[in-house]
Design a protein around this ligand. Structure first.
Ligand code: CA
Length: 240
């Protein structure tokens, strides 16, 4: 998708968070060993990914369920919920590619991992370059899987092509407008807070500008109609 400059953003005097941020692949790393977590996050960011992290199983599951990642790096041994439990619950909801990190007996874990729905696994200790290569392959493979078409009245969203048609006419959205619309559409019937939308759009370390979301929603409404996205005062936005 072409990326028109965020004119509304510029007009309000906000700095853009970084070049080509809209295009970043988003990875979740769930790992309870702080040094490994830090070095993985750093290496992935250097590769150009947006990275979210979780140090405990329940936090990892929450993020995996509530945000759409391009891939998840998931440690097996974690506090509160282990990697298998996370994977099992996640697979009931979505097919996000998962790379398991295991320190245990490789064969047993491999069988269990593939049975539970892991897409690949790495035995610790591993080479960072191997992890990066596996992750790239995982994301490439998952790009060929079918993704949903969403109908919202006369608005049609093709989540694979990331395109939007309204009343038979293509509508051009910026990458961020599209990301907001798709996220709300995939969570139809739920109220999504500005903070959650903001975290979905940007790296979680930038946490200051969640009112930028309002600017994008205003712009989506101009293009797709006022009634598509409802505001719940004090709570966030929803598509019904
Ligand atoms: Ca661990």
């Amino acid at each position: 998708m072409a990326l028109p400059a965020d004119i509304e953003t510029a007009a309000l005097g906000f700095a853009r968070p970084g070049p080509a941020q809209d295009e970043k692949m988003r990875i979740l790393v769930v790992e309870d060993e702080p040094r490994l977590l830090r070095s993985l996050a750093k290496a992935l960011r250097e590769e150009g990914y947006a990275v979210d992290t979780a140090e405990a199983g329940d936090e990892g599951l929450y993020k995996a369920e509530n945000y759409d990642y391009d891939a998840i790096v998931l440690d097996v041994m974690l506090p509160r919920l282990d990697g298998w439990q996370i994977l099992e619950r996640l697979r009931k909801q979505k097919p996000t590619p998962v790379l398991m990190l295991t320190a245990r007996d490789a064969h047993k874990d491999r069988v269990r991992g593939l049975d539970t729905g892991a897409d690949d696994y790495l035995v610790k200790p591993f080479d960072l370059s191997e992890l990066l290569a596996r992750l790239r392959a995982l994301i490439r493979r998952s790009a060929g899987k079918p993704r949903p078409q969403i109908e919202l009245g006369d608005v049609h969203i093709d989540t694979r092509a990331r395109s939007v048609i309204r009343a038979g006419e293509p509508v051009t959205l910026t990458a961020r407008e599209y990301a907001i619309l798709e996220y709300l559409a995939l969570h139809r019937g739920e109220v999504v807070s500005r903070t959650e939308l903001y975290e979905h759009l940007f790296d979680e370390s930038d946490d200051t500008m969640s009112n930028l979301v309002d600017v994008h929603v205003f712009s989506i409404r101009k293009k797709l109609g006022r009634d598509l996205i409802a505001t719940r005062r004090g709570q966030g936005y929803t598509i019904e």
